[in-house]
Design a protein around this ligand. Structure first.
Ligand SMILES: CC(C)(COP(=O)(O)OP(=O)(O)OC[C@H]1O[C@@H](n2cnc3c(N)ncnc32)[C@H](O)[C@@H]1OP(=O)(O)O)[C@@H](O)C(=O)NCCC(=O)NCCS
Length: 188
């Protein structure tokens, strides 16, 4: 199995936001940024894997501040963790007011991509060589995120399974509860 450094995957993609990208408040649509993220993740993962990669999942993406029409949006993608056939790509998003030369970091997103062979089956990806301390930390964070996602999904399914089976009275009780996590903790 081949191995590559994280630096071999780095992709930088920039686009100026036009009025076509605006929502009803005149700011850039969240979906426009998600689309750019996904394309950058495709290029980053596929460059690293040497295979076409597809999007398996996108972790939570928070929009802390709006992006304006006319700003230059840049997505910087790097592979931060690899499994057997999947890769975690971290995308940092920046928005720049090109007139003032002011650049701000607007989002960080983590996208899991899966490498596919010609028969559209998942295929092994190169190992990731972590050259710096920062890359080692990022790899461990990616592995931890994957483990937490798995545990979170099982726990969600276990707790939510009770909703469908609950009586109407029990559903009303749950609707009035201040915290479902609190109820779950009390009832084990
Ligand atoms: C992603 C996809 C290839 C996974 O297929 P699968 O049959 O579940 O494949 P496997 O069970 O062999 O899993 C392959 C890898 O994907 C990972 N994976 C599968 N589903 C995942 C998900 N929802 N989130 C994160 N990782 C996922 C597995 O953990 C595994 O990783 P590993 O090899 O590093 O351990 C398949 O679900 C698919 O084709 N989805 C549609 C992709 C697509 O079209 N994306 C664009 C949407 S518009």
């Amino acid at each position: 199995m081949s191995a590559k450094p994280a630096s071999a995957s780095r992709v930088e993609m920039s686009e100026v936001m036009t009025p076509n990208d605006a929502n009803f408040l005149g700011k850039v649509f969240g979906g426009r940024v998600l689309s750019m993220l996904d394309i950058a993740a495709y290029a980053t993962a596929s460059r690293f894997a040497g295979h076409v990669c597809v999007t398996a999942s996108v972790d939570r993406v928070d929009f802390h501040e709006p992006i304006e029409v006319g700003e230059l949006v840049t997505c910087v993608g790097t592979v931060t963790y690899v499994g057997r056939t999947s890769l975690e790509v971290t995308i940092e998003v920046f928005a720049e007011n090109v007139l003032k030369g002011e650049r701000r970091h607007t989002n960080t997103a983590r996208v899991t991509m899966v490498a596919m062979d010609e028969a559209l089956r998942p295929v092994e990806v190169p190992r990731l060589i972590c050259e710096t301390r920062e890359e080692k930390v990022r790899f461990l964070e990616g592995r931890l995120r994957r483990e937490i996602r798995g545990a979170h999904q099982s726990e969600f399914e276990r707790l939510a399974a009770g909703f469908a089976a609950a009586s109407d009275a029990r559903l009303d009780e749950l609707l009035a509860a201040p915290s479902l996590m609190g109820v779950a903790a009390r009832e084990g």
